[in-house]
Design a protein around this ligand. Structure first.
Ligand SMILES: Cc1cc2nc3c(=O)[nH]c(=O)nc-3n(C[C@H](O)[C@H](O)[C@H](O)COP(=O)(O)O)c2cc1C
Length: 363
């Protein structure tokens, strides 16, 4: 088990992602090179008023924090909201079960607009409120408080906000360098130059020890290296591509079936992910490399009617192995005979030599 240790822990971060930052996925990313994983954004109001919600999320983060899982810490819990007192109260509830609390100042969705939180607090008029939230939390909590922001309007205000957040007590600042847009949430390239300007400004304004995390534009390991070089950021946060390839921080591309099975094992050991989240993860893992395979639409259809982890496992070990075997998927062939797929799957793979794919995709 690794404790939080800035700046090392901030080097390679698994981003907060609603319905996708479940404990098994966080563990998977940690096992494969992430130095820190965030939870999805949580509602302080629900943490304080909905017992089921509280218990679910405490179970989700405590297993990790107890250290019983081996490689899982550190974990940062992200909260959204706009009320300093409520945020402090909610953070107190989880602070003994995590390594840091992050304030979401980037959510672009309509519900954030309606509730006036996330990226809708980036306007200058709300800066005093945001400073109050950050200073109240950092003064009241026993763990670090960080912030995750998007670009201000205009972008040139972003370093000024960053400086104020640092002065208010934000221990590090993550910049997802896109503007807030409810309809085009991640469209267009992130402005990495804005990350560099934020970093340079913090150093110049007397906050050289407040790390800046760059978020956006990562599709490969090389992008991570280039991003760091270009921005001077202390760490890189990765979201979407990590869903496709949870081994990107190892500069590796896993076999989609093996990484899926590894994830499912974690789901069995730590049953905190919903079936919707599980199916979505498996779809991403397989789609990333197999979207153009003739059998992929059949896989999607079969996955959609999986109701348990065992159903998904059976689909992967059975039909998917067979389809891929028939298609001449080299990695799977090299796994066969080594016990990596389980005996049933290996039998299926052998059988596949004799089965016509057009028949095997019929349900
Ligand atoms: C499915 C999904 C859910 C997300 N949920 C959150 C969230 O809960 N909190 C947050 O700060 N950002 C959230 N984001 C944004 C990511 O954390 C990240 O900032 C964004 O995807 C850009 O990084 P990327 O280009 O590496 O994906 C989410 C993104 C995705 C794809």
């Amino acid at each position: 088990m690794q404790a939080f240790n800035a700046p090392d822990s901030l080097a390679l971060i698994a981003a907060p992602m609603v319905n996708q930052s479940d404990l098994p996925f966080r563990l998977l990313t940690r096992r494969h090179g992430a130095t820190l994983a965030y939870t999805q954004m949580l509602s302080p109001h629900l943490l304080l008023n909905d017992q089921d919600y509280l218990e679910f999320h405490l179970r989700d983060i405590r297993a990790e924090f107890d250290g019983s899982t081996g490689l899982e810490r550190p974990v940062v819990v992200q909260l959204h909201g706009n009320d300093p007192d409520i945020l402090v109260k909610a953070a107190r509830v989880v602070q003994t079960s995590c390594d840091g609390i992050d304030l979401n100042l980037g959510c672009p969705q309509e519900h954030a607009k309606d509730g006036h939180y996330g990226g809708y607090l980036l306007g200058k008029a709300d800066w005093p409120l945001v400073e109050q939230i950050v200073s109240s939390m950092s003064n009241s909590l026993s763990i670090p408080v960080s912030t995750k922001i998007r670009l201000c309007e205009p972008s040139s205000l972003t370093p000024l906000l960053g400086t104020r957040l640092a002065a208010a007590g934000s221990s590090w600042i993550t910049l997802h360098a896109r503007h807030v847009n409810a309809k085009r949430r991640r469209a267009g390239a992130a402005d990495l130059n804005a990350v560099k300007i934020l970093k340079d400004t913090l150093v110049a304004e007397g906050f050289p020890n407040v790390p800046v995390i760059s978020n956006g534009n990562v599709g490969t390991w090389e992008h991570i290296l280039e991003n760091r070089k270009e921005t001077g950021a202390d760490g890189i946060m990765v979201g979407e591509i990590l869903l496709d390839n949870p081994c990107i921080f190892e500069n590796a591309t896993p076999d989609p079936v093996l990484i899926s099975l590894e994830y499912l094992e974690l789901c069995k050991t730590y049953p905190t992910a919903s079936m919707t989240a599980i199916r979505t993860h498996i779809r991403h893992f397989v789609e990333h490399q197999c979207a153009r395979r003739p059998w992929y639409p059949h896989f999607r259809a079969a996955l959609n009617v999986c109701h348990t982890v065992n159903d998904v496992e059976a689909l992967l070990r059975g039909k998917v192995v067979r389809w891929r075997g028939k298609g001449g998927a080299t990695p799977l062939r090299s796994m066969a005979g080594k016990g990596m797929l389980g005996s049933q799957a290996e039998d299926d793979l052998e059988d596949a030599q004799d089965v016509d794919l057009s028949e095997s995709v019929l349900f």
